[in-house]
Design a protein around this ligand. Structure first.
Ligand SMILES: Cc1cc2nc3c(=O)[nH]c(=O)nc-3n(C[C@H](O)[C@H](O)[C@H](O)COP(=O)(O)OP(=O)(O)OC[C@H]3O[C@@H](n4cnc5c(N)ncnc54)[C@H](O)[C@@H]3O)c2cc1C
Length: 339
């Protein structure tokens, strides 16, 4: 625990927003957790590496920074079982596994952020989600001051969703995750860009291809501050999708198990004419319409006004509501909607 005031969060959010907290609590060891039970009346936000976070105001609430470290690897006859502390970096974990010959995380290479945040929105890319490799999530419950081990089923994973965004939001903190990676490796090649790889295909080959594709497509937050996809891909009814494709021709779409259709939010934003759109120091990235960027001096308020504008334009043109994937944090804690 290391409270200090006022503490700059600029190095702790990938939008590089210049905001402050009066209380920055670092969790470096399990014993630090006990003190979090006293936070019940205080607005707070649990922060990993801030790569999916938009601080809306210059004042942030109390920040709990998860910094627990450590990776242990055990083996069963048919799988590697890893316990990884929440403060480890996700991409470093992917590299660590590949170096040890443990395959299965390669499609999830180069996703920024911490291991502890991975279950929260069930990170996913190139046809693989965190849920696919998760065995359980270890969670410290503030009320009962107890460690819980939540099975994968109990985590209620969905598209960019889990129980940690709902019932367990702010009720506790993820301390580590347990991953189960089968020793018999099955490459996941369904995604465009991987399906045309030429044999021999190894996890290392997939890793390199994913890194190359991501580096070409997505702006590096260290060069242009951003938080990746700002909006979730919206899911609409089959009827609405059919109406849209009658009106607009070929609409990129992904059929869902229950008959609904997922649309590409980036395509909708681009078709609304907003790719490369700029308002002062913030804008829609010129190559990747789903990514909002801070060119340097932007503020959280400017980014949220831009996001609202994008949302309204898409709604007007397509009658489709796109909602932020990025977490919106006011001085009072998290809020659910842009306003
Ligand atoms: C360039 C770029 C590309 C990206 N690409 C992808 C992608 O391909 N796929 C994808 O899914 N995401 C992507 N993202 C989003 C981001 O990488 C993920 O959301 C990541 O999991 C965020 O990790 P973080 O530690 O930075 O989380 P933060 O932004 O710090 O926090 C995110 C959420 O997790 C909660 N949280 C964090 N740690 C804990 C904990 N220990 N216990 C409980 N709650 C916690 C926070 O309270 C918050 O609600 C991208 C982001 C960027 C900048």
């Amino acid at each position: 625990m290391k409270p200090s005031t006022p503490f700059s969060l600029q190095p702790h959010n990938s939008f590089a927003l210049d905001c402050f907290t009066d209380r920055f609590i670092e969790i470096n060891q399990l014993a630090d957790l006990e003190q979090l039970t006293q936070l019940s009346d205080e607005s707070f936000y649990i922060l990993g590496e801030g790569s999916n976070t938009l601080f809306l105001e210059s004042q942030a609430p109390t920040i709990i920074k998860m910094d627990l470290k450590g990776i242990t690897v055990n083996e069963t006859d048919d799988a590697y079982v890893l316990n990884v502390a929440a403060g480890e970096n996700w991409h470093n974990l992917v590299c660590y596994c590949l170096e040890k010959g443990i395959n299965g995380l390669e499609n999830l290479a180069l996703i920024p952020g911490s291991v502890g945040a991975a279950p929260v929105q069930n990170i996913g890319a190139y046809g693989v989600e965190f849920a696919d490799v998760c065995y359980s999530v270890n969670y410290y419950d503030f009320t009962n001051k107890q460690m819980l081990e939540l099975s994968k089923a109990q985590c209620q994973f969905g598209y960019r969703d889990s129980i940690f965004k709902h019932q367990y939001k702010n009720k506790g903190i993820i301390t580590s995750v347990t991953l189960r990676l089968p020793k018999v490796w099955q490459p996941k090649l369904s995604y465009q860009g991987l399906s045309d790889l030429v044999p021999p295909i190894t996890a290392q080959v997939i890793f390199q291809q994913v890194v190359a594709m991501r580096s070409a497509k997505l702006p590096d937050p260290k060069k242009i501050a951003n938080a990746g996809s700002f909006f979730k891909n919206p899911i609409v009814s089959k009827m609405q999708y059919q109406q849209l494709s009658q009106q607009y021709g070929k609409v990129p779409h992904y059929p869902q198990a229950e008959g609904n259709i997922k649309l590409a939010a980036g395509w909708l934003i681009e078709q609304a004419g907003l790719k490369g759109y700029q308002q002062g120091d913030v804008g829609v990235h010129k190559n990747q319409a789903l990514v909002l960027v801070n060119y340097g001096g932007g503020t959280g308020d400017e980014l949220s006004q831009l996001a609202l504008f994008v949302q309204q334009q898409v709604q007007e043109k397509f009658n489709v509501n796109i909602v932020p994937e990025v977490r919106l944090i006011s001085h009072n804690g998290e809020i659910d909607f842009l306003s």
